[in-house]
Design a protein around this ligand. Sequence first.
Ligand code: GLN
Length: 489
Amino acid sequence: MEQLSAKELRDGIAAGRISSLEATRAVFERIRRFEPTIGAYLSTCQDMALERAADVDGRIASGKTVGPLAGVPVAVKDNMCTTFGATTCASKILANFHAPYNATAVERLLAADAVIVGKANMDEFAMGSSTENSGLKQTVNPWDTTRVPGGSSGGSAAAVAARLCFAALGSDTGGSIRQPASFCGVVGLKPTYGRVSRYGLVAYGSSLDQIGPLARTVEDAALMMNIIAGHDPADSTSVDEATAPVCDYLQKLDEPIKPFRIGVVPQFAAGADEQVQKALSEAMEIYKKLGAEITEVEMRHLDYAIAAYYVIATAEASSNLARYDGVHYGHRTANPNDYVEVYSKSRAEAFGQEVKRRIMLGTYALSSGYYDAYYLKALKVRNLIRSDFSAAFEKCDCIMMPVAPTTAFKIGEKVNDPLQMYLSDIYTIAANLAGVPGISIPCGSDDRDLPIGLQIMTPTFAEDKLLRIARMYEKETDWHKKEPRLAND
Ligand code: GLN
């Protein structure tokens, strides 16, 4: 049963062929066996999950209608507010924070009758590329437990890859869904900025953050998008459906795009590891056989994406994280001498190193005298990158490039070199700066049998096209069927 996709499981449950309670029990049995090694979850909610699963089975048995994800066990990244369990953002500062409401994306999963099994580990406040910045737990890569699962949605990606849930929600500010999806050999989709409500998502870089699915197949990602996409009056940056209608992403999924042109940026992709480049060219060959025409596009400002991103994201983070002051939320220092110490000691004691580094960088970039030189300049670069995408999309339907320059790296390999860590986002960050959607799909393995991801990007709100292009590849290949071999499985 664990081998099924979320869609297959959903269909089986809806038809009364499979019991959700059995599927949920099977997931918890795997969590019992493998979670001690993988470390994907910060918390699980077994009682609630089993209760909801039994309720779905009961409703189906009595012929009542159920939602589109009825009975399917899923995971949620721990930066989305939930009324059940804690919402920690993997930070000591929020270790005991219990949210008074559910994030809209979580609310939509529940309304679709999904069974939420737990909250997934992540880099603290989603800052990182390896989940090593979690202040609470280490997650490992199910393909090689000496390696990182990627980040910051590393818990979500590892849980999907290790079959500790059928699909998961992650969030992506600069690559945090796509990069861990690539490292763990699963599908990860970052929607257009504004497509999915951010209400109840703990803010990191508000103009970049977006919630999206991690799943076993492109079809499952489409199913998840059907549930979470759409306008939300509680999030003023979510786009209304008159401007950008949400479509049924599953309905036309199997209709190939024909003819279609793929844009590539050769000099940019040249920075990737040889094996990653090889996998990418092989993927292009498959698309060519499927009728695609490959054209080279020029995107002159991509080289500045990392620099602009780390100014904008840290500036926004420094402002967003000001709320953790020892008064409103979370950790408060014991026995402060005055109110200044309440602020400074609470923050000093409970924020991790990377979070502190980013608050300092962002505060510096926003400080008077430097604002124009750094923040304003970064915003101008962001606009140029956006124009690069618009110009490129006049010549092609989608852009393809690697997701990350390498496959999963060793735990500890980059923790002491933040710049090296930042470089692992080189291919993913531009989509966040421009607001366009991007997907990572499994497209190969390196000589250590570690997964490699292919990244596809389309114009804003063209998630339907993005999913269809990804699906064309998935139907031709078996990479998404490969599974990590877990010890004692
Ligand atoms: N790795 C990038 C960062 O550290 C992106 C993280 C993310 O997308 N949340 O900022």
